[in-house]
Design a protein. Structure first.
Length: 447
């Protein structure tokens, strides 16, 4: 039996068509290696090929065994945890709104159910798509997302409370600053296409950050700017650390993060030196005593009066009630701690962190580097959202107040569930797509 005939029969046993070509390629490499070994022993070309094929075993039996391995699978535990957190988040928001806002909260709850259903539909759709398709079309998809956001903001945007991050399509409003966070996993795929290149790859990677950051900066949204920027940096750092590029890794990483740490210090010093309104705003943001920031002050008072179990002292005051009427949706975790108790808040945030750890584990263990990097991009966005949210809801630092499962709104839910779906797709096709070939360094002095 010839090599081609053997591989045709074997791969014909695989029910997943996407797995056939990677398996065929991998087995061909193995047969060729075995053939070379027989040739080295003095066998003729034809005899060596036939012997290498016989070494592989019966093609039907081997194909059946590989079929049980190389097929899509579902991360049911992750899906279940996402479902539990979605229901828990909705119920918490509902009961807190009913307590502080009264019967008028029913309309928001109905919309939130629609948003969650839409989010699950998006997650399912992305999960069943092959993530490598997104990777192979990363540049085109990024360009469409950037151009659509730019034109949408210009022609369909509206100024809402001084921000121009919203576009309106009929009766649907879309937050561009959150939508652009989908660029991060695509960014990982773009870096993947530069594997094996030198310093030019790093330069191109930095340039790819600029368009999304430019649009978010002009929205403006400091929160989305920080999440997008540091997510980009995490993905670029991971790519450099894994040796994708022919560069001096340590030198580049130290230079990159040194510039990142130094820039805000210099910028802040210049703003404070000029004085005026911007300096006052910066001082208010950086204020650690809370006296010049109403939101931080109330959050700290709510937390200071909290008990381990049950409602705290300050949450029952008129000040807390007024604060809830205006900002309950942004400080759900704060009110969970102050109304239900510290243990309830720790349990809730612990479940969210458990989900993120599991998502990271799925991404980091992938042998396929494209899937691994796109997954790390997804987790970076989600983790930074949670970190920034925790800083605001614990009264440490106020920059933004969006968190998966705990914040009301359709744009954030759709974006986050799209990220969930992408990681689930990476898990689903883990045994279908082949691992990557190792990038060989061109020079021995690269470290």
């Amino acid at each position: 039996m010839s090599i081609e005939e053997y591989l045709d029969i074997l791969t014909g046993q695989l029910r997943c068509r996407k797995a056939r070509e990677p398996v065929r390629r991998e087995l061909l490499w193995h047969i060729q290696d075995q053939k070379e070994a027989f040739l080295a022993e003095g066998m003729e070309e034809k005899d060596a090929a036939e012997a290498a094929v016989r070494e592989m075993g019966d093609p039907v039996e081997v194909g059946g065994a590989l079929d049980r391995i190389h097929r899509p699978k579902m991360a049911w535990k992750l899906i279940g945890l996402i479902g539990i957190l979605s229901i828990a988040g909705f119920m918490i928001q509902f009961f807190l709104r009913m307590h502080f806002l009264g019967e008028g909260a029913d309309g928001s709850s109905g919309k939130q159910i629609v948003y969650l259903l839409l989010g699950f539909a998006v997650m399912a759709g992305v999960c069943f798509l092959d993530y490598s398709w997104f990777g192979s079309h990363a540049r085109l998809l990024s360009a469409i997302l950037l151009l659509g956001s730019f034109l949408g903001r210009k022609y369909l945007g509206a100024n809402v409370n001084g921000s121009q991050k919203w576009i309106f399509l009929g009766g649907v409003s879309i937050d561009i600053s959150l939508l652009l966070l989908l660029l991060v996993p695509l960014y990982g795929a773009i870096l993947y296409s530069y594997r094996g290149e030198g310093y030019r790859a790093v330069a191109k990677g930095i340039l790819w950050m600029a368009p999304g950051l430019f649009i978010v900066w002009h929205c403006p949204s400091v929160y989305a700017m920080m999440v997008l920027f540091f997510s980009y940096l995490i993905v670029l750092t991971a790519a450099i650390h894994r040796g994708w590029f022919q560069i001096r890794r340590r030198t580049v990483l130290w230079s990159l993060w040194g510039a990142v740490c130094l820039f805000p210090v210099i910028q802040g010093a210049l703003i404070l030196g000029r004085g005026g309104y911007q300096a006052e705003r910066l001082m208010a943001v950086l204020s650690m005593d809370g006296g010049s920031n109403y939101q931080l002050d109330v959050v700290r008072r709510l937390l200071a009066g909290s008990h381990w179990i049950g409602a705290g002292s300050f949450v029952q005051t008129e000040t807390a009630g007024l604060f809830a009427e205006n900002l309950l949706g942004e400080y759900i975790l704060t009110f969970v701690i102050s109304y239900y108790g510290i243990l309830a808040g720790l349990f809730l945030i612990g479940l969210i962190l458990l989900l993120l750890v599991r998502l990271y584990h799925v991404s980091a263990k992938q042998k396929n580097q494209l899937g691994s990097m796109m997954g790390i991009g997804c987790v970076s966005v989600l983790m930074l959202q949670v970190i920034v949210y925790l800083l605001g809801n614990t009264g440490v630092f106020l920059m933004g107040t969006y968190c998966p499962f705990l914040t009301y709104g359709g744009s954030g839910i759709v974006v986050d569930f799209c990220l969930f779906g992408l990681v689930l797709s990476i898990y689903r096709y883990e045994n279908v797509l082949a691992p990557d070939k190792v990038i060989r360094k061109k020079t021995s002095h690269v470290c």
